[in-house]
Design a binder for this molecule. Structure first.
Ligand SMILES: *[C@@H]1O[C@H](CO)[C@@H](O)[C@H](O)[C@H]1NC(C)=O
Ligand SMILES: *[C@@H]1O[C@H](CO)[C@@H](O)[C@H](O)[C@H]1NC(C)=O
Length: 317
């Protein structure tokens, strides 16, 4: 037992180190881009570009990543940096940014919070929108516009994601993913109708045409799409919803996706809680074995990460 413990201590950091080296040519930069309106003329974010992005003659798919109620930064610290001086983001977000870029997918992490800080408010306190979120960062309205502004930036050939070269993002191959409040943004943007309308949105209104991935959104009354009034929630394209059985919104999400049917995919994880995938910043190598039945946050995280990436990649072949 002592030997095994010792081995684990040695092996885990080494594996993490090798993985970083293997994906070492990814570029990670803090970026600014035009915001959705005059109230927010500029948004910030973190851009993960695949290795070879500058030199490739091909176009790239992209994903826009929407954070939960405590923003994108590790420890709510907008100055947080890793040892290699790249921005240090919350575990689940950074893990996905690096992994997507490692798979040849551009990843843009949107920061909906920082640029909206009122004067005189402490930045670290402002990053915490977990009580009642400030209306200026509302998940169902404002942040939907943020996601769409991020899309515009990704495909803006004039702006360019890398210095001096036009954007290489394929405008028909951009997807949206999010966690918690950010997942609510994804559910709203992905819906075939508006929240208060039974009228279907025109096809041309859908910017995000790759599958959407959501982790533990709130699916209750705040999501609107009032069942019974003719407007109910159904995504236009494939959408995967990952949530733990111990999450307060488990039943609401299960009901929403059951009503919506295909193309929504509901995956409930036994005895996992909210934020189950924040446990670790290292991409999992395998899901938990099927026996005994997987349960709890770590097994949920491994399966949700691996299977959600496969869900996305199935649309990219
Ligand atoms: C924020 O991150 C910076 C850079 O890593 C560090 O120097 C600073 O101490 C951090 N502040 C807090 C409050 O954690
Ligand atoms: C889930 O948690 C409940 C309550 O703690 C426990 O009885 C059950 O065995 C757990 N399920 C699994 C598969 O571990």
């Amino acid at each position: 037992m002592a030997v095994l413990h010792h081995l684990l201590i040695i092996t885990l950091p080494l594996a993490a180190l090798l993985w970083r080296v293997a994906e070492g040519a990814i570029s990670v930069t803090v970026v600014s881009f035009p915001g959705p309106n005059t109230a927010t003329p500029t948004l910030s974010g973190v851009l993960y570009l695949p290795s070879g992005y500058r030199t490739s003659t091909a176009t790239f798919p992209a994903m826009v990543l929407m954070h939960g109620c405590s923003g994108i930064w590790s420890n709510r610290n907008v100055s947080a940096r890793n040892k290699d001086n790249t921005p240090n983001l919350q575990n689940h977000i950074e893990k996905w940014g690096l992994k997507l870029a490692g798979q040849g997918i551009v990843a843009l992490v949107v920061d909906s919070i920082s640029n909206r800080k009122p004067a005189g408010v402490d930045m670290r306190d402002w990053q915490d929108q977990c009580g009642t979120a400030d209306p200026s960062v509302d998940s169902y309205t404002v942040r939907v516009l943020d996601a769409r502004a991020a899309y515009a930036y990704l495909i803006d050939t004039a702006a360019g994601l890398a210095p001096s070269i036009p954007s290489k993002v394929n405008s028909a191959r951009v997807g949206l993913m999010g966690w918690s409040q950010g997942a609510q943004t994804v559910l709203t943007e992905a819906a075939e109708s508006g929240r208060d309308s039974s009228t279907l949105r025109p096809d041309s209104d859908f910017l995000f045409r790759l599958p959407s991935i959501t982790f533990y959104p709130g699916c209750g009354a705040d999501l609107a799409f009032r069942t019974g009034s003719g407007s109910f929630w159904r995504p236009k394209f494939a959408l995967r919803l990952n949530i733990g059985t111990m999450d307060d919104f488990y039943s609401d999400c299960q009901t929403r996706t059951t009503l919506a049917g295909s193309p929504s995919v509901f995956v409930g994880y036994t005895n996992a809680t909210h934020s189950f995938d924040n446990v670790d910043q290292t991409w999992p190598t395998a899901s938990c074995p099927s026996s005994p039945p997987p349960a709890g946050d770590t097994c949920a995280m491994k399966a949700a990460d691996i299977d959600s990436l496969a869900f996305l990649q199935a649309a990219l072949v």
